[in-house]
Design a protein around this ligand. Structure first.
Ligand SMILES: Nc1ncnc2c1ncn2[C@@H]1O[C@H](COP(=O)(O)OP(=O)(O)OP(=O)(O)O)[C@@H](O)[C@H]1O
Ligand SMILES: [Mg+2]
Length: 247
């Protein structure tokens, strides 16, 4: 896992305090000022932003040009979940907008630090066992709140989790792989390391999220192991998580 952390692009983590910090006059959906880019991948571009109506910082996520219709549909679905859910451990937002010929999502800025960065810096090795367990419990609660709404998250991994290192509160991001429980499962995954082939069959259920939670637990205790090296131990952890969390 370590090499993945090392190749992570640099991005800005600070939540902005005022619109003056954004050198822009054009507004997305006539309301949201779009500022500095904080992340870019082939799937999305993420920016700091400002809601000129509520006067709060926001985060804007945009689809790169030329996105496929399937990706646009996923993006709209992500917007639906952002608006729908209210659990504090799940990122909430204003949803999907089409503006300036671009597809956008508007959401609240996640508080805390990305778990990926905390693992990479070695910070998680310093955490007491009790604190790690509290974090895993909070993640499990948030995942179960999403399951209650009949959605599977589908991409539970350190890149999609913010942790508040003071109180162990968590925020789960990124509903781009989410799907309604009971619907047919897509045969491809954006994070194949985090979802083995035996989880790609049948209908959508909660197994992938239980597996993701099990891998997170292993990452907290064995931060230097590669996910791909952990096949047997991850299967055992997965069975354990399923029994303990009744997922
Ligand atoms: N609401 C937010 N608050 C703060 N940072 C965010 C927020 N949303 C996204 N980010 C940052 O942008 C990154 C990518 O966001 P996200 O996972 O939603 O996009 P993605 O399309 O899944 O990207 P990837 O394909 O790389 O997984 C996150 O890891 C995080 O660093
Ligand atoms: Mg992601």
């Amino acid at each position: 896992m370590k090499d993945k952390y090392d190749s992570r692009p640099d991005y800005c983590r600070r939540i902005i305090k005022s619109r003056r910090e954004l050198a822009t006059s054009s507004l997305v959906a006539d309301r949201y000022a779009c500022g500095q880019q904080i992340y870019r991948s082939r799937n999305s571009i993420v920016y700091q932003g400002w809601d000129t109506v509520s006067g709060n910082a926001v985060v804007l996520k945009k689809l790169p040009d030329g996105a496929s219709p399937q990706r646009v549909a996923e993006f709209c679905r992500e917007g639906t979940i952002l608006k729908l859910q209210t659990h504090p451990g799940l990122i909430h937002g204003e949803g999907y907008f089409f503006s300036h010929e671009q597809h956008w999502l508007v959401m609240e800025p996640a508080r805390g630090e990305l778990l990926l960065d905390l693992l990479a810096s070695g910070e998680t090795c310093k955490w007491p066992i009790k604190f790690k367990i509290k974090i895993l419990k909070n993640i499990a609660c948030a995942i179960k709140a999403l399951h209650k709404l009949r959605w599977e998250h589908g991409d539970i991994k350190p890149d999609n989790l913010f942790i508040n290192t003071k109180d162990a509160n968590v925020t789960i991001l990124d509903y781009s792989s989410s799907a309604v429980i009971g619907s047919p499962r897509a045969t491809q995954s954006y994070s194949p390391e985090w979802r083995p082939s035996w989880l790609l069959n049948g209908r959508i259920d909660t197994r992938a999220d239980a597996y993701g939670l099990a891998l997170l637990a292993i990452s907290l205790w064995f931060p230097h192991k590669r996910v791909s090296e952990m096949k047997t131990i991850s299967w055992i952890a997965y069975r354990f998580v399923k029994i303990v969390s009744k997922m």
